[in-house]
Design a protein around this ligand. Structure first.
Ligand code: SAM
Length: 275
């Protein structure tokens, strides 16, 4: 079984993916891509890069499922509950008097972050005036996000962060349960548009008040991080908020575009650029 991949092998595979599927991973962080590729090969009991290469290029379905393994779509309901407290008590209060609120979840994975925000918005009485755009480059993750349907095994893992945010509530307040699955109640979904969007090369023409991009840029190198942060700066309304993940590090170049709002929870505010 293969346990390491050289830079040359990685570059060649990524170039082939770019040519065949138009997906550009050249500025993704190499170490984590290599780890994900080894994991993918082990999962499919492949012993050489050549075998992986042939399968990925020939079999589009395998490629689409493989993308999910490569990109790590790990997510959670109420991930980092203390960040959600700041969002509820400080950010949403800031918009209380505004008639419309626009939120972009960039890299929404299977939707848990989107539904967490919907639950918090509902509590603040702000759900009806909100439009949310939830995007990801993985079609498989987006399909799951749109369904908002999770196995009970998965939901069980979300209980701890959920209860830490809402000690006296139940998941059944927000999800319709059946034997092995639970589906988010329609009220928490109707304000969301799910859309395929690749942060590496797709534009954003709408301005948003709040952008979430949590645990996505950890996989990007510094150059790509700055490119994506520039897109977020352009896509935020004046004094809009950018929320990144606990393990995301704002590069020095990004500090020209965003100022810290709450350092502990990795929440930033758009800066006005000097002319
Ligand atoms: C670890 S998940 C984060 C999910 C959620 N934001 C959270 O923090 O719980 C990372 C997601 O980023 C998506 N992603 C990676 N590269 C992307 C890109 N270039 N454009 C859009 N989404 C991307 C992956 O498909 C994956 O669903």
């Amino acid at each position: 079984m293969i346990d390491s991949i050289s830079d040359e092998e990685l570059d060649a595979l990524m170039q082939a993916l770019k040519n065949r599927y138009g997906l550009d991973f050249t500025n993704y962080e190499k170490k984590s891509l290599k780890r994900s590729i080894v994991r993918l090969m082990m999962k499919h009991k492949m012993s050489s890069m050549l075998e992986l290469w042939a399968r990925i290029l020939k079999d589009k379905e395998f490629f689409e499922r493989g993308i999910d393994d490569l990109l790590v779509n790990l997510t959670e309901l109420f991930r980092n509950p203390d960040a959600w407290l700041v969002i509820k008590d400080r950010i949403l209060d800031h918009y209380a008097a505004k008639h419309r609120l626009s939120v972009w979840h960039a890299g929404c994975s299977t939707g848990e972050e989107v539904y967490t925000m919907a639950i918090v918005l509902e509590e603040k009485g702000m759900l009806r005036k909100t439009r949310a755009l939830a995007t990801d480059l993985s079609s498989i993750a987006l399909k799951k996000a749109k369904l908002g349907d999770y196995s009970l095994l998965i939901l069980e893992q979300y209980l701890k962060p959920f209860l830490s945010f809402y000690p006296s509530k139940k998941l059944a307040d927000f999800f319709n349960f059946n034997e092995s699955h639970a589906t988010i109640k329609p009220d928490y979904k109707s304000h969301v548009t799910f859309q395929k969007h690749n942060l590496v090369h797709d534009d954003m023409t709408i301005k948003h008040d709040i952008i979430f991009c949590r645990n996505v840029m950890i996989y990007f190198d510094e150059k790509l991080k700055l490119q994506v942060l520039t897109l977020f700066h352009k896509s935020l309304a004046d004094d809009g908020f950018l929320i990144i993940g606990y393990y995301d590090i704002m590069p020095d170049s990004g500090k020209e575009l965003f100022e810290v709002f709450d350092v502990r929870t990795r929440i930033y505010k758009k800066k006005k650029l000097k002319k």
